[in-house]
Write a protein that binds this ligand. Sequence first.
Ligand code: MN
Length: 709
Amino acid sequence: MIRQYELVEKVRSYDADVDERLLDRAYVFSLKAHGNQKRYSGDPYFSHPLEVAGILTEMKLDGATIATALLHDTIEDTLATRSELEGMFGAEVAQLVDGVTKLSQIELASESHEQAENFRKFVLAMSNDIRVLLVKLADRLHNMRTLHYVPDADKRRRTAAETLEIYAPLAERIGMQSMKNDLQDLAFMELYPDARESIVTRLGYMAKKAGSIRARVVKQLKKKLKDNGIKAEIISRQKQPYSIWGKMQRDDISFESLSDIMGFRLVVEDVEACYRTLGIVHAAWQVVPGRFKDYISTPKRNNYQSLHTTVIGPERQRIEVQIRTREMHDVATYGVAAHWGYKQKAGKVDGTQYRWLQELLEILEEAESPEEFLEHTKIELYTDQVFCFTPKGELTVLPRGATPIDFAYAVHTDVGNSCVGAKVNGKFVPLRMRLKNGDQVEIVRSKAQTPQSAWEGMVATGKARSAIRRFLRNSGQGEFAALGESVLRQSFSRVGYQAKDQNFEEARRALHYKSLKNLFAEVGKGNVTPLQVLEAQFPGVSFDGKKLELDNGEPSNGADSVLVRGAHPGSAVSLAECCFPLPGDRIVGIIVPEAGMTVHTIDCETLESMIETEDRLVDVSWDPKAMETGMHPSSITIRAINEPGALGKIATLVGKNRGNMTNLKMQERNLQYFSMNIDMEVKNAKHLTNIVAALRTLGVVESVERVRG
Ligand code: MN
């Protein structure tokens, strides 16, 4: 355990003016308040806030943040109150501790409706002062470091999953690369110990093999830079096991092709030296086209700056080089926390300087329901970004997968609402086309145009999606509400209830709608069934669902049975057997005359050939319940080395990951390789992605791909 004077010394080493008495008092107060509480490890509880404070001193954070770290669990876990803290430590610290307490009380990994609402509160709480999030992240990091002491395995898994889904992406968004890496690795260790083990072992092996080449590359780099009068620190880049796992999930990449790439960081004196160094590297070795990125002139959304390039090195191997100044390097490692080092006393740094956080807040205001908000924000937290330009050359940053419609809405809501077409790099393109880095986008507008519901399935930004939804909601709301209301009244009377307005009031509250009109409209659109309303209105009473459905003219394999939202009421819904859509995939429905609606994944290749008639497309989404309900068919293609036991290894791994193999079909087999189709049932898209990635870690496996139409 760090001692009191050591902590104070550490803070004073980077901030000479720190209020030492504040730190001393916070230390003593927390020590006393936690008394003889214990951690699962058996250590005194106080060791935890102390370690959290220690983590934050490594990021050179200010005195108020360190005091907050020491006190962060006192309101929640001891008798201390906010007003007591305010009296002793002042308003700033009390407010920070209160903010951290609020974040901690928000249970993010709970049931879906609450999860969404809670995430909303979470964003609000941290947007006031980003330091609240810094303390919370340090708190989570220490809890993850001591996670193995927690006896309950379910609880460990929940904590690790939440860390991966919420905290690591947040750390990345505020640019804290090393925090993100640590959190991911610890969670990876808990969730997929076998996969991590196999990646770490192979990384060690590769590193050993590459050691001498690496040393020669460093020597050559050093000499070339020195000859040109550039002072540089050369850092070999560490590959993160979790990011390799992530790449294996996303792309069909075998382990070897990932690991023989060498990475170096060159930290130089100033921006000018960055570009000169780039020139030297490009002159010395052959450049790999398409890999150069200038994040100095266009920083990433989390303020990351650096030059990236890839060259073919002295021994024909690929070398990734990142070039940056010391300040850029610190920002890349510590993110927002680095500001305290460089801009000390520059005043409060709050969330508003982060555009993504501001965007979250905007979506928060526009979203109709908490689920809608969660859906948008989760997408935005996970996706990477593309840089596009207006015809005048202004930069617009969009998440990967964005289309011209996203671009139009990013410019202005009115531009989006009146968009009829788009030119990319001077050529007309379909509106569903995904934008690429460097695209110049011109939006063609018409006053006669209004947003189409199919657009919703084509956009990647929460801003566009919520604007489209709002427009559709406001335009068609009246009709849907009238339809829904009459359907409801009929259904109620069929099962023997008089349908008065107050009869629906209970249901409205239970289903979380702002007004009866909203509820009616959702019923009218087929997003909520009369049975759901009945059950919400009269909890505990059981209804004859069949009778209700028949009365509505809904076939029994209606939208409910496949848990899809947004289908037209009364249309039969089935899942396409070309692309096997899974809960969690982005999906779109297509109307097949006489047969109802078939649901495809949005990138299904079969779909591509049918899109001439966009009016047949229906925008649909998964009901959140689908993620946790039952098993769903899917299919993968696998290519593996033809050796004894290979098939057994594959089957064992699938079983171990709880996939349910239903059919095998050998496609090709020769002396070296075989390739085959495996049909299997899985829970959802993420489950399948995990199985595919796990298969890619197997030595016998060459490639694995999900079948997509
Ligand atoms: Mn804590």
